[in-house]
Design a protein around this ligand. Structure first.
Ligand SMILES: [Zn+2]
Length: 284
């Protein structure tokens, strides 16, 4: 069985290659997965993050869809460039997730399930995950305590830690920080209580807003695009994510982006609205 750190490294490599990218093609030989893909296509969704959870691998897609896989003895995820020859026979292929730049192929994966944030939360094996932002019984106080315990971590890193709060992907990380006027690179301990609470409330609001598009049918959103600005024009759906060099929607300053620490997840922020000081401006 692969060790946790193998899963972690695999997840990290996958995250570097796939996070923030749009799925161009999804294929699987597992009927349980293709059924979901037929109802609510994977193609067009953003891959928000790939994270390990114990010996599980979680691939989060926009529109509250999570692919949970477990490798057991023989399963593995490979990353290829489009057109590159696979190192395993086609017969061993179980899942293919393709973006413009990479093809992730899951070989001989014995356990693979699609989940929503809520159904994942109910899975006993994954109880060690943090408070699930989309769960009915989300406990904001517990999330507050979890967040505070990450004091010496950068805000942007802590927000992606699924053991603190489960559900935030790389897109929402940048959007939440912007909404709360928090610089994503400052340490959590320098935030005041109001800012911490803003982060939690905003995270919950953004994630829920994205899911409500499924209108009770159990089918997740078709576009797969998250929206945080509340605007319907697709070009205006996000505050900062993917907008490097463009004018801040609030103050007009140029949006910046930077790879966040070792894991190379790109973070976007407005240097004027989100200054690098402990006394960031308060939210409205
Ligand atoms: Zn700004």
């Amino acid at each position: 069985m692969p060790e946790g750190d193998t899963i972690f490294r695999a997840a990290r490599a996958m995250n570097q290659a796939l996070a923030g990218k749009i799925v161009t093609r999804f294929e699987s030989v597992l009927p349980k997965l293709t059924r979901v893909d037929e109802d609510a296509p994977l193609a067009g969704r953003i891959i928000e993050s790939v994270t390990p959870a114990g010996k599980w691998n979680l691939i989060r897609f926009s529109g509250d869809l999570i692919l949970l896989t477990h490798m057991r003895m023989n399963g593995s995820w490979h990353l290829y460039r489009p057109g590159e020859r696979w190192q395993r026979p086609r017969n061993d292929m179980r899942i293919v997730i393709e973006t413009a730049d990479f093809v992730a192929v899951g070989f001989n994966i014995p356990v693979a399930e699609f989940h929503t944030g809520e159904s994942l939360h109910r899975k006993p094996e994954l109880r060690s995950l943090g408070e699930d932002l989309l769960s009915e019984d989300f406990d904001a106080e517990m999330a507050f305590e979890n967040l505070k315990s990450q004091g010496n971590e950068e805000v942007g890193i802590a927000l992606l830690n699924q053991r603190v709060m489960a559900g935030i992907g790389n897109v929402y990380k940048s959007e939440i920080c912007f909404a709360c006027k928090v610089n994503p690179f400052i340490l959590l301990e320098s935030l005041n209580e109001e800012q911490l609470r803003c982060v939690i409330e905003t995270a919950q609001r953004f994630l829920k807003a994205n899911v409500s598009q499924k209108s009770g049918s159990g089918i997740v959103t078709y576009t797969g695009f998250g929206r945080t600005t509340g605007r319907h024009n697709p070009a205006e759906r996000l505050w900062v994510y993917g907008r490097r060099g463009l004018a801040c929607r609030r103050c007009g300053a140029k949006i910046e982006s930077k790879k966040h620490s070792h894991d190379a997840r790109v973070t976007f922020w407005c240097p004027k609205c989100q200054p690098m000081t402990a006394d960031s401006p308060q939210r409205h």
